[in-house]
Design a protein around this ligand. Sequence first.
Ligand code: PGA
Length: 263
Amino acid sequence: MGAMEVIIQPDMRQASLLGARIIARLVREKPDAVLGFATGKTPLLLYQFLVQMHREQGLDFSRVTSFNLDEYIGLDPSHPASFHSYMWQNLFGHITIRADKVHIPNGMASDIPAACCEFEETIKSSGGIDIQILGIGRDGHIGFNEPSSSLTSRTRIKTLTAETRRDHGKEFGADEKVPFHVITMGLGTIMEARTCLLLAFGKKKARPIAQTIEGSITAMVPASILQLHQRAIVLLDEEAASELKKTDYYRWVYDHKPVWQKY
Ligand code: PGA
């Protein structure tokens, strides 16, 4: 196993379904799997497919442990724009997951660095993350690891860029209400997940995706560190793939994937 596997699907729906099938297969084979979740618009459809698989096929999350990538500092978990709220509203509230097995960074902790260390320890003591779902920012961030993040960083405080704060303004009703600080898993933390599943849809993601997959590995495009990951699967729609140079080759590889390797 090695290298990035780039899978281009006709649209977001088919790419999200493929992502959900990868997660579902893991949970069926390993009911006590450790899943890493992301927030944002990108994984919403994938979560809807997981909810549907839970309802219609009995996909059981009751033994699953979960970790989320990030959370705002100083925002109460009950705030509608918190990632706690997002996860319960869009996924956890509709599946059988146990609240005591859900781990989202605690942005209200009185000692944030200690909370970050504890988060890392809990990932380790849970056996490590089996699959980490990732979106990508327009600036190439994964989690909230903004450009110039150390490529070996661990869970810590980050200050959001002006662009990222603007991208989240809608959820808060105004750009200036977006917190400046977050807790995020580091790039080193993400790299330890056994599989990374990066999803990107739409034209806005075409450039960071091309830089991530075909550019140099650089802290200025944090997602590019995934080139060094042992198993990174990248699920794209046509628009997000539109600035890649080697699309013919990626399609060729996927079309000729041995049946036993198909998702
Ligand atoms: P989005 O955010 O899914 O809302 O585009 C992705 C990200 O910023 O990581």
